[in-house]
Design a protein around this ligand. Structure first.
Ligand SMILES: C[S@@+](CC[C@H](N)C(=O)[O-])C[C@H]1O[C@@H](n2cnc3c(N)ncnc32)[C@H](O)[C@@H]1O
Length: 283
């Protein structure tokens, strides 16, 4: 049987995808050909693989949280919490009994997360607030966790600025790649802009004695789609934000804590991928 040009092109593409999956050992995670078929054991295993990776994140964060006695804070904000129980599970396992506020512009994600956490009957109160961080928003908390959100905020800001529909972004690999290509190729200065915008939002919000933890590390999507440049870009934004915070002299750098506790290769992120700042009491 001879193949047409378009068949050859598509076959070539499929083989390249299979080659990449073998190279990255992705068949350990899932059987892609069965993805849309009935295969309960594989589906279940895939679900637990995800849960494992969420647990890796909260276990890593827990080392920092314990050092900072987060348990004693009356209110903690999980900023842009999304739907995955990464930060929330720590509060369950540590017997936290106060208020955890989930802040995200997407109501459905927050509901999914609250419903999932209800399965565990946590002692703490889960509160939700739906805001877009680029618009007016306000909350009262002494402790803010900002886990892996720089990439989402960059994309959300950029996509909106150019009048694209944000809901198209995460459902299409093509759109996500297009967005990042635009950001990486045409806009070196955008890196500075977005860092200043994010810094200004938080500097206005943070009160004296407030602590903020910002972590940004390689995501599963960045790994699967070979987006090393995106990972690098996001980390540069993280460090630019830190520099802006410290240049005001209003913040104490507590990042040394992560160097003390994040020493294992099993940690979801390294000390270099996390910053911790506390707003000083102004004399
Ligand atoms: C994919 S989640 C990942 C972050 C999450 N902290 C984690 O560790 O899994 C990103 C979340 O950021 C939210 N988000 C993106 N842009 C936002 C914005 N401008 N304001 C508020 N939430 C935003 C999205 O709705 C989404 O639920």
């Amino acid at each position: 049987m001879s193949l047409s040009q378009i068949e050859k092109k598509r076959l070539n593409h499929d083989l390249q995808v299979i080659y990449d999956r073998i190279r990255k050992r992705e068949y350990i995670m899932t059987d892609f050909s069965q993805d849309n078929r009935f295969n309960i054991p594989d589906r279940t295993k895939e679900f637990f693989n995800y849960l494992d990776s969420y647990c890796d994140t909260w276990k890593t964060l827990s080392k920092i949280f314990n050092k900072l006695n987060v348990k004693n804070y009356d209110n903690v904000v999980d900023l842009c919490s999304g739907w995955a129980p990464k930060v929330t599970l720590w509060f369950f396992y540590s017997d936290y009994s106060k208020n955890l506020i989930l802040l995200d512009k997407d109501k459905k994600s927050v509901w999914k997360l609250i419903n999932f956490m209800k399965l565990f009957k946590p002692q703490f109160k889960l509160k939700k607030q739906n805001f877009d961080v680029f618009w007016n928003f306000d909350f009262k908390s002494l402790f803010i966790v900002w886990n892996h959100i720089i990439d989402d905020l960059i994309v959300s800001y950029y996509w909106k600025k150019f009048n694209y529909n944000i809901s198209d972004l995460y459902i299409s690999e093509k759109n996500l790649l297009k967005c990042w290509n635009n950001i990486l190729n045409s806009w070196e200065s955008f890196k500075i802009d977005i860092s200043v915008i994010l810094f200004n939002i938080f500097d206005k919000l943070l009160w004296e004695n407030w602590i903020i933890i910002l972590s940004q590390y390689q995501s599963m999507i960045e790994y699967l789609l070979d987006l090393e440049n995106v990972t690098k870009y996001n980390k540069e934004v993280l460090y630019k934000i830190k520099e802006l915070f410290l240049n005001t002299w209003k913040y104490e750098d507590l990042s040394d804590i992560s160097f003390q506790v994040l020493k294992s290769k099993k940690d979801a992120f390294s000390a270099l991928e996390c910053i911790i700042l506390k707003k000083k009491i102004w004399q």
